[in-house]
Structure formats: C-alpha cells, structure tokens
Design a protein around this ligand. Structure first.
Ligand SMILES: Cc1cc2nc3c(=O)[nH]c(=O)nc-3n(C[C@H](O)[C@H](O)[C@H](O)COP(=O)(O)O)c2cc1C
Length: 352
C-alpha cells in the first residue's frame, strides 16, 4: 500500500468522464494495461468479441484451452441453466495446437492483443508437448495451464484435485516453456484444501495462479427424470460460484501473499471485480457474463475504474489484497443495505 488515502465508497459518477486511475497491473512479470481479462472458454480467441469492443483495450484475452490434437468435446446437450449461473459440459473441444497457432494465435498477434494461452492435456506428456509447441511462437504473454477442467470423461484426469499430480503437470509445463513466459496454474474449487494444491504447484514452478475453474454440478430434468446434460455432470459458473471463488482467492493470498493471482468466478460488474482484487487478485477474468453481454469486459473495466476512484485508490495495484488489512474502527462497515435489483436478485447497494 502506498500513501493513497482510501475512504469508504462515495457514490460513483456513472455518466461523467472516466476518472484518472492507474490501471496497469502485472502477473508474474507479464504486463497488462488493466486487470480485466476474458476467461478461458468464454470468448474463444477474442475474434468475435472484437466486433463488440476493441480487444486491445482490455487487459488481455485468455484463449479456450487447447490440446495436442483436435477434439470434439462431450455429448449434447452441453448447457443447462441454473439459478444465478449455468452448467456446461462442453469438454475441451478444439482444433488442436497446430491449427490454433496458425489461425487463432496469428490473429491475436496481428491484432496486437495481450494474449494468455490456455493449454490442457490428458497426461503429463501431452501437457508438455503442447507447451513445447508454443515455445518459439511470438506474441504470447503468459501460459495458463488448465489442470482443473471438470468436463473430462474420467475424474481421474482432473489433476488439480491431487496436489502431487497437479505438481507433476506444472513442473513439466514449466520445463517446456520459455523462461521469460509466466506459467499460471488454474485451480479447481472442488478440493478440501485449495491452499495445499496452490502450494504444490508453486513449489513445482507455477509463477502465478488462476482461481477458480468451474465447480462440478448436475441438473436433473424432472420430466424425463434423467440428468439434463449428455455428459451427466458439468461445470457450474456465473454469480452462483462467486462467493466460493472470492473465498479461494482470499485463502491463497492469505497463505502466499507474494504469489500473483488471476481471479475469476461470476464477475458481472466492476464491484464484483473489486471484490476479487481486495481479496488478493492482481487481475481478473470475465467468463459467463460475456454470454449475456458481449460488452461485459469493457463495461466491467470502466465500472472498476469508477469503483476504485470512488474509494480513493489512485492505482489498482494499491487495492490488491486490501481487504486483508487489520480491521480499523474508522472504516468498519455498517450492516450492508440490501436492495432488490430488476431481476429480483438482491445485491449490496455498494456494488459499484
Ligand atoms: C462454456 C464455458 C467453457 C469453459 N471452457 C474453459 C476452458 O476451455 N478452459 C478453462 O480453463 N476454463 C474454462 N471455463 C471456465 C472459465 O474460464 C472460468 O474459470 C469459470 O467459468 C468461472 O468464471 P465465470 O463464472 O466468470 O464464467 C469455461 C467456462 C464456461 C462457462
């Protein structure tokens, strides 16, 4: 924390010009012009989003997890609505690493977008091979290692549920990746002790952590009396998982404050993004919100600027982990004031 004077939120001016807040942030040495990135699997490789806003004006694009070979994903139906979220069982559908490098990465590079490439694999060797393919490719700012996808045929493939397996993958990817490129390990909330997994992957060479992937869930159709999803289970995302995600970021930052965190899970507003940053994230990813509002990353960026300014922050980095400070009487919050939003979902009045 610098000498910034932080105060309880004033009502932000939603229509005026954007206040001057230094939004630059870093994740393990990778620079981002602001802390709002897309979440893997929710914006493909950014090309479609670029029709809605200039993707070079957000912190970065995190691409859909790519594997060694083309893959068709899991059986349909692959989406189900849930209260305050959605369940997906897309699986790791994709073109394979070679086509991804030729088409998607080439486009991102030409466009000048800050790019985090998400990789996945079915074995330690496959992860290492995918990482090696990226070694000499220019235009990659960081590699995110998806060890936590719940949409695999075998739960045994969810490396992030086992600290030893998770560490093996990260160690292999770290060895196969250029030393100048940070490696982020993406963790699953479906574990008893996320700090234990976080420690294991950091010791294995992860330079930062992406927190969290979807949580394993299921919906049953009461007419057919069968699971709705073709793959039976799926990954729960959206606001339903936000408190779990914030808790995970908080626990990891409390245990390892020096480890950079990319936070995600149900971020829909600048106020949501601020929660993650206050909990200890240096940047955040926006996923499910994009499906309802393709402008969401750009809107959330602007809302976050106003939210930081309204609280007296001159730079986003001063807010990282700010909620961990000792409570002081002066800024002790009163009972939150619940107000009903249009869709009937109660939100904290100080959401912005
Ligand atoms: C349709 C869909 C596809 C996803 N695909 C991936 C993926 O390929 N790799 C990955 O690491 N995470 C994937 N995720 C998880 C998101 O990146 C993110 O971690 C999670 O959805 C929580 O953020 P959100 O609530 O903002 O969506 C996917 C999520 C959704 C909804």
């Amino acid at each position: 924390m610098t000498s910034t004077t932080v105060r309880l939120a004033q009502k932000p001016d939603l229509d005026g010009p954007l206040p001057d807040v230094d939004m630059a942030t870093q994740l393990a040495g990778a620079d981002f012009i602001n802390p709002i990135l897309t979440a893997s699997g929710c914006a493909a490789a950014g090309r479609e989003l670029d029709q809605f806003f200039d993707v070079t004006t957000i912190g970065g694009v995190v691409t859909k997890s790519v594997m060694l070979h083309p893959r068709s994903g899991r059986p349909t139906p692959r989406m189900a609505e849930t209260p305050s979220g959605m369940l997906n069982s897309i699986g790791l559908q994709g073109p394979g690493i070679d086509a991804f490098i030729d088409k998607d990465l080439a486009w991102l590079r030409e466009r000048g977008a800050t790019t985090v490439v998400s990789i996945a694999g079915g074995s330690v060797e496959e992860y290492a091979k995918v990482a090696s393919k990226l070694r000499l490719v220019p235009g990659i700012n960081a590699v995110e290692v998806n060890i936590s996808c719940p949409n695999v045929e075998s739960r045994g493939e969810v490396f992030a549920c086992d600290p030893v397996a998770a560490a093996e993958v990260i160690s292999a990817v770290r060895r196969s990746t250029a030393s100048s490129i940070p490696v982020l390990a993406k963790l699953s909330p479906d574990v008893t002790d996320i700090v234990e997994v976080a420690r294991a992957v950091v010791e294995a060479g992860a330079n930062g952590l992406s927190v969290i992937n979807t949580a394993l869930g299921m919906v049953i159709d009461t007419d057919t009396m069968r699971p709705v999803l073709g793959g039976l289970t799926g990954g729960l995302s959206g606001p339903a998982i936000r408190p779990i995600a914030v808790r995970c970021v908080w626990q990891i930052h409390a245990a390892m404050p020096e480890v950079p965190i990319l936070g995600m899970g149900g971020i829909r507003t600048g106020g949501d993004a601020l929660q993650f940053i206050l909990a200890g994230a240096s940047a955040v990813s926006v996923g499910t919100a994009i499906f309802a509002d393709p402008m969401a990353p750009a809107r959330i960026r602007d809302e976050l600027i106003r939210a930081l300014h309204a609280r007296g922050f001159g730079a986003v980095r001063d807010a990282v982990g700010y909620a961990h400070r000792a409570p002081d009487a002066e800024s002790a919050p009163e009972e939150p004031n619940l107000v009903a939003f249009e869709d009937g979902e109660p939100e904290l009045e100080s959401d912005l």
